[in-house]
Design a protein around this ligand. Structure first.
Ligand code: NAD
Ligand code: TDX
Length: 335
């Protein structure tokens, strides 16, 4: 199998490349990434010399940069490439529309033209909007995106659907809840709070800190996508989540406790605009129909994650200082 992973230098994409290279060493894996601030080839050092792995620097919105790859013949596209941070989408929505909507459509068009066997769109539970105190998102929940980020992801999902319905492209969409684990850029809640706590800096909690997220360890997301690639029924959407609902204050307190830092570091700050109150995923479909079972419960996953950041302080320093960008230039030159 020739697998094109887009956004494979980001948090989930790099975990997925490592997971696939380990579990399917015979597959040819092409990692395509433009290396924005969120792309980091340091994450992939352990596969750099894998005979069936290759990195290509290219932009998913630039058809000319991608065509030569599709001409080689790609079996499966797993599209992780995106602008992924909600706060950045509030400050600068344009690039979210460009990358997430136009980028996905460009990949879909090439997949159609070059007869890709399956296109897997890595989407998010945020396309469903927000929940009240009770209830879960199912695959039937109407799209009701609230942030420019989630609106751009919802737009991409509809284009994936349209290429299936109109052109017969084989597709799946996965909608996963919040991921955490190794190699997550410290702009997202968990690594940011770990980083600040380690430096005795204030931990900025938005609003009242009672917004709820449904946390999933990144490896469990990878195993779900693996199953969807191999067993997903053409045209179907699969929600992915581990039923690990926690409010933000609970998450932050666990981090402080694990690191032996005082709760006085918590600082309540102005709320995020349009802040979704609660996400929670009903993952019965992927569990029952594809046999997916997450390996990690939240308590062990969060502890493993905190340990990983403690053991990889150099990685964190490199990401924060942008040193990985220099690493890329030395390693690959400017192409
Ligand atoms: P990330 O921001 O860590 O990584 C995104 C990657 O995409 C980076 O390597 C970046 O360089 C690359 N990229 C950005 N623009 C590109 C372009 N124009 N061309 C090529 N590459 C480009 O994101 P993440 O958290 O790993 O998320 C990966 C995917 O999973 C996204 O599609 C996101 O919407 C989705 N998702 C994320 C979560 C989560 O909790 N992080 C949950 C559900 C779904
Ligand atoms: O400094 C902070 N303080 C804070 O209180 C940050 C960065 C976040 N928060 C809150 C906002 C959210 O309620 O923590 C929660 C989690 O925030 P993020 O880590 O930014 O994640 P979220 O907005 O929930 O979106 C994430 O999950 C779904 C990913 O970034 C998305 O890419 C994914 O689709």
């Amino acid at each position: 199998m020739k697998l094109l992973v887009t956004g494979g230098a980001g948090f989930i994409g790099s975990n997925f490349v490592l997971y696939m290279a380990e579990n399917y060493p015979q597959y040819e894996i092409i990692n395509l990434d433009v290396l924005t601030y969120a792309g980091n080839l340091e994450n992939l050092k352990s596969v750099e010399n894998h005979p069936n792995y290759r990195f290509v620097k290219a932009d998913i919105t630039n058809r000319a940069e991608l065509e030569f790859l599709f001409q080689e013949g790609i079996d499966v596209v797993a599209n992780f490439a995106a602008e992924s941070h909600v706060d950045r989408s509030i400050l600068e929505p344009d690039v979210f529309v460009k990358t997430n909507v136009l980028g996905t459509q460009t990949l879909l068009e090439l997949s159609k033209q070059f007869h890709v066997k399956k296109f897997v769109q890595v989407s998010t539970d945020e396309v469903y909007g927000t929940l009240g105190e009770t209830g879960l998102f199912t695959e039937q929940t109407p799209l009701s995106a609230n942030s420019p980020y989630s609106a751009s992801k919802a737009g991409a999902d509809l284009l994936v659907r349209a290429y299936h319905e109109t052109f017969g492209l084989s597709v799946n969409i996965t909608r996963c809840s919040n991921n955490y684990g190794p190699y997550q850029f410290p702009e997202k809640l968990i690594p940011l709070m770990i980083q600040n706590a380690l430096q005795d800096k204030p931990l900025p909690v938005y609003g009242d800190g009672l917004n709820v997220r449904d946390w999933l360890y990144v490896e469990d997301h990878c195993s779900a996508i693996d199953l969807v690639i191999h067993k997903g029924v053409n045209g179907e959407i699969y929600n992915v989540g581990g039923r690990n609902e926690r409010n933000n204050i609970q998450v932050v307190k666990t981090i402080l406790e694990e690191l032996g830092k005082p709760e006085s570091l918590i600082q309540f700050v102005k709320d995020r605009l349009g802040h979704d109150r609660r996400y929670a995923i009903d993952a019965d479909k992927i569990r029952n129909e594809l046999g997916w079972t997450p390996k990690y419960d939240y308590e062990s996953g969060i502890r493993a994650t905190i340990r990983w950041y403690l053991d990889n302080e150099e990685w964190m320093k490199g990401v924060s200082s942008g040193a990985y960008k220099q690493y890329f230039d030395t390693q690959y030159g400017d192409r």
